[in-house]
Design a protein around this ligand. Sequence first.
Ligand SMILES: C[S@@+](CC[C@H](N)C(=O)[O-])C[C@H]1O[C@@H](n2cnc3c(N)ncnc32)[C@H](O)[C@@H]1O
Length: 173
Amino acid sequence: MVCVDHDPVVRVHNTALLATDDRVVSVQADIRQPQAILEHPAVARLIDFGQPAGLLCVAVPHLVPDDDDPEGIIAQYRDRVRAGSHLVLSQFGSDSDPDAMGELRAVAAGTPVETYFRPRHRIRRVLRRFRTAAARPDRCPGVAAGRHRSHPAEDRRASAGNRDAGARALTSN
Ligand SMILES: C[S@@+](CC[C@H](N)C(=O)[O-])C[C@H]1O[C@@H](n2cnc3c(N)ncnc32)[C@H](O)[C@@H]1O
């Protein structure tokens, strides 16, 4: 597993907490530079692109500015992994549950980081060439509304109650 974050402090924390054996590496890099990441020595060592891979883009795409072409960035990772790979992606929605999004906007407004809320049709565009996994065949709308949970106690209650996850698993065609 390769954990990527551009923040040096996050890299240090990931190294201490996640990189507990030599099959897990924390790399400091910017996801907006897919080629640099895909060619990184740690990626070359740990990820076998001849096999299906898992690509987790969780709680990051909404931090990528529109001008940086988030769809194009995800497409470069998508095009590198082989069929049968899985993508998990979450993105703040501009046309999701207004109460939940209002809460997120309030949180985002209190930080120095610009946050980009995007409509479903743009998120679907990012997911082109993937098909939705039938994790919940009864409720599988393609792009699923997630829940924002800001408190660990609420996280624990949600896990216990097995509620909807914030992101939907997808598998490439
Ligand atoms: C909300 S956290 C999510 C972290 C992790 N994906 C998770 O789900 O726990 C967002 C992280 O994205 C990182 N980040 C923001 N923009 C980035 C970029 N362009 N490249 C790499 N990391 C970025 C931030 O440093 C921050 O650690």
